[in-house]
Design a protein around this ligand. Sequence first.
Ligand code: 2BA
Length: 102
Amino acid sequence: MKMIFAIVNNDDAQAVMGAITKSGYSVTKLSTTGGFSKEGNTTFLIGVDDDKVDAVIKIVETQSSKRTVKTRETCAYGDNIDNVTVGGAVVFVANVERFEKL
Ligand code: 2BA
């Protein structure tokens, strides 16, 4: 068994969780904070059999794909429109030594 830790943007959290549960996997959602940005993000814990790891990662990837959005910042000289990349996910896969439901 493996434990997948998937850190995603808050904007993608509902879509990721919905797709994971709809596919029949159990998931725990944690509200987390990026150490660098100090902004909120979402971490999912997903415990699965080894042969399901790639399928779950694919779901996370599909639902949190990177995209470019336009942001409008107002500065002293007027509106400044920038293209910013959002989305994406950071995924860790760890071995689970033991799993019990008590
Ligand atoms: P990402 O590398 O895509 O990381 C997104 C979030 O995933 C991170 O948020 C953090 O919560 C988690 N994460 C990434 N790598 C991790 C690791 N090895 N261990 C544990 N958690 C991890 P933030 O820390 O707020 O970082 C936001 C973005 O800022 C990062 O995006 C990266 O592009 C950049 N970044 C992070 N640390 C940096 C640093 N020391 N110097 C320069 N840029 C950094």
